[in-house]
Write a protein that binds this ligand. Structure first.
Ligand code: FAD
Ligand code: EPU
Length: 333
């Protein structure tokens, strides 16, 4: 394929012309593209639901479209190996229909299976690292295929080895470690509220997936109707000392202690700072989840970045907290 506007290949729906676009249907395809163009020229893309693209992307865009799911049953454990181009949500539903449990909290997350390890997708109390066995990759720099165990993926909150080495690896397959025995995770406040309202005391995995779907549909904008890339910022992680100091000034501040430090709610800070009232040519925060920036009037990637920078600077001034952008920002010099 020659150059192409990637507007319909990124969920923020920004205009972005790529030098070249190629469909990757197999491991051999991506190996050949790396040989032909060199790793630094390639941009591996799944469904474009976590990227912010510049108007010109001077790269060979490799759309990961390999398909296939294989199952290996070992007693009550199930290993599901999925090709990078499979849709994540369809995979979640596919596993649930067969009684393979573990992915239910991750229902309705947009994007491809191959991208899931990149930022260690997470939602409603579960993250990919909890259910991932291993990942098969092509090393685009050195050539050749490799397998990374869960531990070797170096997962953290919205973080992984792949996120820290952009352009180095193309993930070709993801293997999940699921179970035939339901092990429900339903402590997340939104899920508890759902089950309390419905009078459900011991939810099944199917009920968890349904509740997650309802909550997401209520809070998050549907990217097919309202362009967005999900959370535009990560929740900031600060020291216990900084969190305590902030709490002295802001008694209602939400704090979530984690191993890496104290996580704050970026949505809360953005909300308090009054950003629900601001709008720049259709770029604004989503009122029901102000971590999400929406692009309603076809603004460019640069416009969105400028709006995001204004939020970052305001939050830094008010709270002394740095908000880090979650999507991969691509093509800006
Ligand atoms: P892309 O956007 O195509 O790519 C994202 C990054 O991964 C890029 O750096 C790309 O180069 C790289 N990449 C993609 N595929 C591969 C591959 N095969 N090998 C190597 N690198 C690759 N995320 C969450 O964690 N939790 C949520 O709850 C959540 N909710 C969301 C809600 C909405 C409405 C939207 C729009 C997004 C949400 N996201 C969420 C973000 C997004 O769904 C995930 O990051 C998803 O994994 C991105 O998949 P993708 O195929 O669209 O990746
Ligand atoms: N909040 C406000 N004002 C609002 C809305 C929310 O103050 O208008 C506060 C509420 O107090 C709420 C808190 O924000 O308790 C947290 O909201 P939510 O439960 O939606 O979670 P989040 O921390 O904002 C994270 C992820 C989401 C993921 C949800 C559910 C990040 C950056 N985001 O959002 O992931 O779906 O938890 O687990 O960690 C994504 O990464 O793209 C994404 C959508």
């Amino acid at each position: 394929m020659t150059s192409l506007n990637l507007k319909s290949f990124n969920t923020l729906s920004v205009e972005a012309v790529a030098d070249q676009v190629e469909i990757v249907a197999s491991e051999d395809d991506i190996i050949k593209l790396a040989q032909d163009h060199g790793s630094t020229r390639l941009l591996v893309l799944g469904e474009g639901s976590n990227v912010l693209l510049a108007p010109a992307v001077h790269r060979v865009v490799c759309l990961m479209r390999s398909r296939g799911i294989a199952v290996d049953e070992i007693g009550s454990r199930i290993k599901v190996t999925v090709s990078a181009g499979e849709n994540w949500h369809q995979l979640v539903m596919w596993t649930l229909e067969r009684g393979y449990y573990g992915l239910e909290n991750l229902a309705l997350i947009p994007g491809s299976a191959g991208a899931a390890p990149v930022q260690n997708i997470g939602a409603y109390g579960v993250e990919l690292a909890d259910v991932l066995s291993h990942v098969d990759v092509v090393d685009l720099e050195r050539g050749g295929c490799e397998t990374f165990t869960n531990a070797q993926c170096g997962f953290g909150y919205r973080d992984s080895l792949f996120k820290r080495t952009p352009g180095r690896y193309a993930i070709t397959q993801v293997t999940l470690d699921l179970s035939k025995e339901p092990g429900v995770v339903a402590a997340y406040p939104d899920l508890q509220e759902e089950f309390e309202r419905e009078g459900v005391i011991a939810p099944t995995p199917e009920q968890v997936a349904a509740a997650v779907t309802r909550v997401r549909q209520t809070k998050l904008p549907d990217p097919t109707l309202t362009p967005n890339a999900g959370s535009f910022f990560k929740n900031p992680v600060v020291t216990a000392h900084q969190a305590a100091r902030l709490q002295q000034s802001f008694a209602q501040l939400k704090v979530y202690p984690t191993e890496a430090g104290v996580k704050l709610s970026a949505a809360q800070l953005i909300d308090w700072a009054g950003w629900k009232e601001r709008n720049s040519h259709g770029v604004r925060v989503w009122p029901r989840q102000p971590l999400v920036l929406v692009n309603e009037l076809g603004s460019s990637g640069a416009d969105i970045l400028q709006f995001a920078a204004a939020i970052q600077s305001d939050i830094a001034d008010r709270y002394g907290v740095r908000l880090e952008i979650e999507p991969d920002v691509i093509g800006f010099s």
